[in-house]
Design a protein around this ligand. Sequence first.
Ligand code: PBG
Length: 322
Amino acid sequence: MLNRPRRNRKSQVIREMVQEHHLHASDFIFPLFIIDGENKKTDVKSMPGIYRYSIDHLLKEVESCLKLGLKSFDLFPNLEESFKDQIASESVNENGLYLRAIKEVKNHFPEVCIVTDVAMDPYSSDGHDGLVENGEVVNDKTLQILADMAVAQARAGADIIAPSDMMDGRVQYIREALDNEGFTNISIMSYTAKYASAFYGPFRDALNSAPKFGDKKTYQMNPANQKEALLEGTLDTQEGADFLMVKPALAYLDIIKLMKDNFDLPIAAYNVSGEYAMVKAAIQNGWLDERAITETLMGIKRAGADVILTYHAKEVLENKWI
Ligand code: PBG
């Protein structure tokens, strides 16, 4: 037999020598949930191992991640209902939880990369990503609210602004607003192909941000569509995005590959809350081995993701699984 592919699998050293893809700490962005108050660390029931942190605990968490080489964080606020209104006013409150958290993290750890989320849902009494009028999420009036939010986050110290709202035209609108305020170096990581997915459930529990009526299908994409991701990618590229994101990741590996093959910008993939919950629940039950975690992340990387947003980021480094 001339060809025996098994020769390249015969020892650990050779297997490592011919390994095609690797996971590194620098691939990851670690999402963190924040709550108001002091000395608080509350667990997210549907996401074992994931917590909501008050700012003091957030700083400790960031510090322990930094020791593991994990340096990029995506922050999300959990707000009490009393802070929510129709126009998401709290999102630009300098003394509000979110902007304070960004400032505190940057003051204590200037070297970290802070990714911030732009969308109305955590601050909206309607629980939607855009402005609701007569039961409809309206596009164009939402843009200014998003732009104001982005500028406030940049002012607080964000490094990368990540619009997750899926309104049309928002990347350019936000780019121009940032530039007008002198934030020409603040990047935009656009949620380019964000699907209307059932896998966001645990995240909405974590933030208490589920829509109060209806669903998000008039703005998030239909899971059956592939070409539409190319359309969104073309628009976001033209509008000045610095990264294109695909979300969720696991049921959308073909979309990650499609984006990687068709665009020159770095591709990010969001390994979302429901994907995390699924794997952790099976591991907790003893139905799956922990190696399922790195196998999952490797699949996302192999599909073409340059950056992976994942709730597994800390544990894979802590346990030296990569
Ligand atoms: C909201 C937002 C969502 C996620 C990130 N930003 C949820 C949604 O669109 O309803 C989901 C992240 C996850 O599930 O881990 N703009």
